[in-house]
Ligand binder design. Structure first.
Ligand SMILES: O=C[C@H](O)[C@H](O)[C@H](O)COP(=O)(O)O
Length: 267
């Protein structure tokens, strides 16, 4: 059984075996699935788009890891051949290496056929918040260089507007004078009731350091941000900012796994 998510603006497709691009089928959703199972279902469905010979962007996080695992499995079974993975983080690099997925980088493969990754928030226009795991910079570079970007989420990630989960919107900044940059970010969005906080590690309260040696500032919004492109431009204009976690107009397809089915929204 499948359901349509009224959340999305535009075309939403029910997923069934007949709409699959390849004969590989994920487990069939039913009630009482855990969030982990939903993530796995969305990931399996996305991997059906992978074909032999592709250059693949390999995402980061608890959902993307299922896609990487599946790609590794299909390679080992000989059902996929000659794929090259471009990992979006050191963690994914390690996972892919352990699965024997051949790896490369953007310098050698500046055009990527397909990237698959999770997201922290998905709005009705398929804009995303990403980077709550701290990997936003490499993800944006790699996913910005791909022909097709498939986002995989469980239904808890759907929000009416970006920032709507009231959880963090990450911004990667250089460590130099981080307090100054954090304050500038908060002031930038004071009309939206923004609170900006440096991300720290739970175990020792030290600043969280990204794969690129930078810090992350978490932005929390009380009200809707408004014009997302204007917000993006203003953040990126601040000296000290490296990148932010809004992925605007980048997703080609969003696959959502919910208790009652899987839906696929295409741009
Ligand atoms: O930095 C982390 C990435 O952007 C993740 O893809 C994102 O946080 C979603 O992760 P998860 O699938 O674990 O919720």
């Amino acid at each position: 059984m499948t359901i349509a998510f009224s959340h999305f603006v535009g075309k939403t497709t029910m997923v069934s075996s007949s709409s699959s691009p390849t004969p590989i089928s994920p487990p069939t959703p039913s009630v009482f699935l855990t969030q982990e199972e939903l993530k796995r279902i969305a990931a399996f469905k996305a991997v059906e788009f992978v074909k032999s010979g592709m250059v693949l962007g390999l995402g980061t996080g608890s959902t993307a890891k299922f896609a990487v695992e599946r790609i590794g499995e299909l390679l080992q079974q000989g059902k996929l051949k000659n794929v090259v993975g471009i990992p979006t983080s050191k963690v994914t690099h390690e996972q892919a290496m352990s699965l024997g997925i051949p790896l490369s980088d953007l310098d050698s493969h500046p055009v990527i056929d397909l990237a698959i990754d999770g997201a922290d928030e998905v709005d009705p226009h398929l804009n995303l918040v990403k980077g709550r795991g701290g990997s936003l910079l490499r993800e944006k570079m790699i996913e910005g260089a791909c022909r097709k970007f498939i986002v995989i989420v469980d239904e808890s990630k759907l929000v009416p507007y970006l920032g709507g989960s009231l959880l963090a919107m990450p911004v990667e900044i250089v460590p130099f004078c981080w307090k100054f940059t954090t304050e500038r970010l908060q002031i930038l969005f004071e009309d939206s009731g923004c609170v900006a906080k440096l991300r720290t590690c739970e175990k020792n309260d030290e600043p969280f350091v990204t794969d690129n040696g930078n810090y992350i500032v978490n932005l929390y919004f009380e009200k809707e941000i408004g014009d997302l492109n204007a917000a993006s431009d203003s953040i990126l204009r601040l000296p000290g900012v490296v990148e932010h976690g809004m992925f605007l107009n980048m997703a080609s397809i969003v696959i959502v796994a919910g208790e009652l089915g899987v839906t696929m929204k295409e741009k």
